[in-house]
Design a protein around this ligand. Structure first.
Ligand code: ADP
Ligand code: MG
Length: 385
């Protein structure tokens, strides 16, 4: 689960990670009020969307008066912001963060991620802040200093010193840098994050270190331990079909292709997507209806696939185990009653009650083709899509 920068900063503050003074606004007037209460001469107005690269895309602007805050907020709110992370369709901006503008001397990068290979959280720091870290990693990997933390021992003081010295920080910043890194790491652990990224972490001309930008991603599998975080999710930032799928406990991810796929089991779904590609088409989604799906869940999954206008053909690939083929057939028929099925369907059913499932579908009046095996199914659906 992702959250907005302003929400991430509220969490950082709880963990004593220094952030600029500011507040979030949904209208230009609110933005003005926040700037007025902040005082000072210059402000920054920042679009709040779940994507980076806002600065380059025109979503982060400096205002040198209160009236400029109003006009910039007015321009940014309601704009469709396009960055390299939003895709060409961009994102509608509904909120802005208004902050004090800082006098920046140095922009650094600080991130914590889980390194699967090492099975440990890794803290990364770089003097090349403000740019995309992927680019730094590709071009100048020597500028990224890493420290893996043994979770049984915890983050050690020598590690924070290694990071701070490694990026060439002025020695008098060692203490604030160490507590910055330690507090950020504590937050990463406390909330079961999969990513915490401060880019840039700035050193101001008066020697303060602050998190100027913040990106936080939580591990969804651990959210049950952090119920207080769940309201932070912004439905406006989610794909509407993914949001709908979530309501029905379906494991659905929207993709860019034209073949809708309904499969039971994540492994089988991955294999099905591979076969669709092998046959020359692109999957429109990943959908694992799960081992114990009910007819209702199948109906909802089928309805969601059908509501994607890009879908030109559907492949249903079910291995009947706990989910019996006749239950699958009932679900598909239920969904077909609710929505008009205008695309061809290829079905590959195997396992428990296969024949009953096929008979039910055969009598349903739906336009579908039964495939012999998975590859045959993928070829047939690719030809149609
Ligand atoms: P993004 O990463 O989405 O482009 P950032 O929050 O990193 O957005 O902002 C982009 C750039 O704007 C920063 O690298 C920094 O140079 C500048 N900036 C952002 N907030 C402030 C601020 N409060 N004061 C001064 N400059 C800022
Ligand atoms: Mg940034």
């Amino acid at each position: 689960m992702k959250i907005h920068e302003y929400q991430a900063k509220q969490l950082l503050e709880k963990f004593q990670v220094p952030i600029p003074q500011g507040g979030v606004a949904a209208t230009a007037h609110e933005a003005f009020k926040i700037a007025e209460s902040l005082g000072g001469e210059s402000f920054v107005v920042k679009a709040q969307i779940h994507a980076g690269g806002r600065g380059k895309g025109g979503g982060v602007k400096v205002a040198s008066s209160l009236s400029e805050v109003t006009s910039l907020a007015d321009a940014i709110l309601g704009m469709t912001l396009i960055t390299h992370q939003t895709g060409p369709e961009g994102r509608l901006v509904k909120k802005v963060l208004v902050e004090q503008a800082l006098d920046i001397e140095q922009e650094l990068y600080l991130g914590v991620v889980v390194d699967r290979a090492q099975a440990r959280p890794v803290i990364m720091m770089s003097s090349a802040g403000g740019m995309e870290i992927e680019e730094v990693a590709a071009r100048t990997p020597e500028l990224i200093i890493k420290e893996a933390v043994d979770p049984a021992v915890g983050l050690q003081p020598y590690q924070t010193r290694n990071l701070a010295f490694g990026v060439g920080l002025n020695p008098h910043l060692l203490r604030p840098a160490s507590s910055f890194i330690t507090n950020l790491y504590n937050m990463f652990l406390a909330y079961d994050c999969s990513l915490v990224e401060i880019n840039p972490l700035v050193v101001t001309t008066d020697g303060q270190m602050l998190a100027l930008d913040a990106k936080v991603t939580f591990d969804d599998n651990a959210l049950y331990r952090h119920k207080e975080l769940i309201p932070l999710e912004d439905p406006d930032e989610m794909d509407p079909l993914e949001l709908e799928a979530k309501k029905h406990n379906l494991n659905y991810i929207r993709l860019d292709g034209t073949v809708g796929a309904m499969v039971n089991g994540a492994g089988l779904a991955m294999a099905t997507m591979d076969l669709i590609k092998l046959a020359g088409a692109e999957p429109a989604n990943f959908l694992d209806v799960g081992g114990g799906a009910s007819a209702d869940m199948i109906a909802n999954g089928f309805r969601i696939i059908l509501s994607d206008p890009r879908v030109k053909a559907i492949l249903i690939n079910i291995f009947g185990g706990i989910l019996r083929c006749d239950v699958l057939a009932e679900g598909v028929m239920e969904a077909a009653k609710q929505v008009n099925v205008s695309v061809p369907i290829i079905i590959r059913l195997e396992g428990t009650n296969r024949d009953l499932g096929r008979d039910l579908l055969g009598a349903s009046g739906l336009n579908f083709t039964v495939a012999g095996d998975m590859l045959d199914a993928a070829r047939k659906v690719a030809a149609l899509a």
